[in-house]
Every structure is written in structure tokens, then in C-alpha cells.
Design a protein around this ligand. Structure first.
Ligand code: SF4
Length: 210
């Protein structure tokens, strides 16, 4: 890990900038692969992630690992991040989906900085929540299997959250096909950026967060 990313990660781990600090066990900054690689982005840590300190553990994580293996990727080769770094909880201390302001606040504070350090070749959003962070009006049902592009040229492939596939196992073939597409795109984008196909005026520039 380079020095800038290491310093940033220490800052993230110490963050107490919002109310989600109150019920967390620990901050989950994510795991980093090499620069210019594949970067998978989910929404927020759940119970298991909060306890273990890593993203996508438990059943969802196992399915994600299986999908990655099917295209010859391991966790060591890629980065896995969440938009929100602390576990959102409901009134019974169960898992909760992060709301719009939590996504915006944490994501704008940390995620763009991580991406600027990692300069991923291809970003993959898992589920509708992380997709919405980048493209607020996008719906995963319409965008899954497609590439959207940030103003700065980062290509984003949208697909489903593995937890959704575990609940809707009839979608597994479609999910597998998405991962095959991710593999193809990854090779196709080797070292290159695609410039602004679906620019959105409401998006912040990545450089705004440097
Ligand atoms: S959710 Fe994000 S902004 Fe809030 S305390 Fe955790 S790291 Fe900081």
C-alpha cells in the first residue's frame, strides 16, 4: 500500500464525523488490491463486517468470492470498499440500509479519496445503494449489466448485491454472466480510461475530494 493510502486509511479508522460512530464496533475502511485494478463497491458494513473489520464476510462474501474465482480473481488482486464505513443499525441493533445523507456524507468524505489513490481500471457497484451514490437517479434493475461512466472517466459496471442473489437464486445465471462481462471489460479497459459517456452535472468531480 502506498504511503498516501496508508495515511488515509489511518484517518478513516479514526473518523468520528457522524452519528454512525455510536453503534459501531470498528470502522471498516475496505481492503486494497494493487493500483489500477478492479474495485468492488458495496453499501455499508453489516453485523459480520463490523465484528471482523473486513467488507463482505459471511454468506454474501462467500458468494462474492465464488463469483470472483469464476473469473480468476482473488481478494488479493482487487480492492473491495463500501460507500459507508461504519455499520448503520436500526432500533433493535439489526442491520439497516444507509440513508441518502449517510451515503453522501461518508462517501464524499472518504470514498473518492480512496478511489483517487487506487485509480481503479474498472469499478463494480454491488446493489442499488452503491450505484445510487454515483448516479442518484439510476435504478439497479435497469442498469445491472451495463457500464456507466463518471465524468472523470472511471467506468462503473452495475450489478446486483450478492445478498439479493442469495434471496433470488433464480438470478444466479444472470449474475454469473455479469461477472464474465466484468472480466471482459477489465481486459478491454487495460490501462485506459473512458471519457464521460454519461456525465452528470450533479456529480462531484473526483478531484474535488483530493
Ligand atoms: S460512517 Fe463514515 S463519516 Fe461516519 S463516522 Fe464512520 S467513517 Fe466517519
Amino acid at each position: 500500500m502506498d504511503e498516501k493510502l496508508a495515511e488515509l486509511t489511518i484517518e478513516i479508522k479514526q473518523c468520528e464525523a457522524c452519528h454512525l460512530k455510536d453503534n459501531r464496533t470498528q470502522v471498516v475502511p475496505g481492503i486494497y488490491g494493487p493500483k489500477n485494478s478492479l474495485c468492488i463497491i458495496g453499501e455499508a458494513p453489516g453485523f459480520n463486517e463490523d465484528k471482523e473489520g473486513f467488507p463482505f464476510v459471511g454468506r454474501s462474501g462467500k458468494l462474492l468470492d465464488k463469483m470472483l474465482e469464476s473469473i480468476n480473481f482473488s481478494r488479493q488482486q482487487i480492492s473491495i470498499l463500501n460507500v459507508v464505513k461504519c455499520r448503520p443499525t436500526d432500533e433493535n441493533m439489526g442491520n439497516r440500509t444507509p440513508n441518502e445523507s449517510e451515503l453522501k456524507f461518508c462517501g464524499e468524505r472518504w470514498l473518492y479519496k480512496q478511489l483517487n489513490s487506487l485509480t481503479p481500471k474498472l469499478i463494480v457497484t454491488l446493489g442499488g445503494i452503491s450505484l445510487k451514490f454515483f448516479f442518484p437517479s439510476a435504478k439497479v434493475t435497469k442498469s445491472a449489466g451495463k457500464v456507466l461512466t463518471l465524468d472523470e472517466g472511471y467506468p462503473i459496471f452495475a450489478t446486483f448485491h450478492p445478498a439479493y442473489i442469495l434471496r433470488n437464486y433464480n438470478k444466479i445465471e444472470e449474475y454469473s454472466a455479469h461477472f464474465q462481462e466484468i472480466s471482459k471489460l477489465y481486459d478491454q479497459f487495460n490501462g485506459e480510461r473512458i471519457i464521460g459517456k454519461t456525465s452528470r452535472s450533479e456529480q462531484k468531480s473526483l478531484t474535488d475530494f483530493m
